[in-house]
Design a protein around this ligand. Structure first.
Ligand code: IPE
Ligand code: IPE
Ligand code: MG
Length: 240
């Protein structure tokens, strides 16, 4: 176990969101097909979840598949969907044992039937767990989510003058989830790629060079340590 004694337990973010990037490059650099990288990404997911549960992070959101990722070659999309089903089926018992509640955001109904069914079954079977919430962003993009929210606000007949931040937040797929305080992205890219645009308004961003399959618990802990060094101002002056 890594040393977490210099992490301030009173300043652990309630919600950490991760853009798991670099699987393809990781595999290609090793002379393998991109899918090999996705396969090894699962190990990193376990590590991130362990890091989060150990520190008492209440919500961990993982960007697993974006709306735009549907535009990838058919073989890669199919491989990712197969991997998703297999992983859910294999991991659900452990999630339950560790009191993890599985959730999902995104256009879940756009997933292949087997994925959607296994996902829904796993979500239901862990629904009463009270530990870390593991939220998978699947077929998700923030702009998709905002469009859905606007549609639902308009169709509910709310008057324009009644629309405020709370109304919008309440119509997003994250409605009962606090905003992420920390966003981690692996692979060296420094962008948000259509992830939780509304919710990360004041999140701290942490970019690391490692590719996702190399991400381990210690990397999660390093990110938390870095978060604890940041001064969050929310628009106030540094002295306030
Ligand atoms: C992240 O790794 C996984 C998904 C987006 C599904 P990538 O597949 O984007 O890998 P790179 O960024 O091309 O290396
Ligand atoms: C973001 O990674 C989406 C996920 C991690 C699921 P991408 O690899 O799709 O993002 P871009 O294309 O580099 O911005
Ligand atoms: Mg990528």
């Amino acid at each position: 176990m890594t040393d977490i004694s210099d992490i301030d337990q009173n300043n652990v973010p309630a919600h950490v969101a991760i853009i798991m990037d670099g699987n393809g490059r990781w595999a290609r650099e090793k002379g393998h097909e991109r899918v090999f990288g996705h396969l090894h990404g699962v190990e990193a997911v376990r590590a991130a979840l362990k890091g989060a549960t150990e520190l008492g992070v209440k919500y961990l959101t993982l960007y697993a598949f974006s709306t735009e990722n549907w535009n990838r070659p058919k073989e890669e999309v199919e491989a990712l969907m197969d991997l998703l089903v297999q992983t859910i089926v294999r991991e659900v018992k452990d999630l339950d044992k560790n009191n993890v509640r599985l959730r999902a955001i995104g256009a879940i109904d756009a997933l292949p039937d087997s994925c959607r069914d296994e996902l829904k079954a796993a979500i239901e079977s862990t629904a009463n767990n009270t530990g870390t919430n593991l939220i998978l962003a699947l077929s998700y993009s923030a702009r998709w989510e905002i469009i859905e929210a606007v549609k639902s606000i308009v169709s509910s007949g709310i008057n324009p003058e009644e629309v405020n931040e709370k109304v919008i937040s309440d119509h997003l797929s994250t409605k009962d989830i606090p905003d992420p305080e920390l966003v981690i992205r692996t692979s060296g890219e420094q962008r948000v790629s259509n992830f939780l645009l509304w919710q990360i308004a004041y999140a701290e961003l942490y970019f690391m060079k490692k590719y996702w399959p190399d991400f381990r618990e210690v990397d999660f802990q390093e990110a938390i340590k870095e978060f604890q060094k940041r001064q969050r101002r929310f628009g106030k002056t540094a002295e306030q």
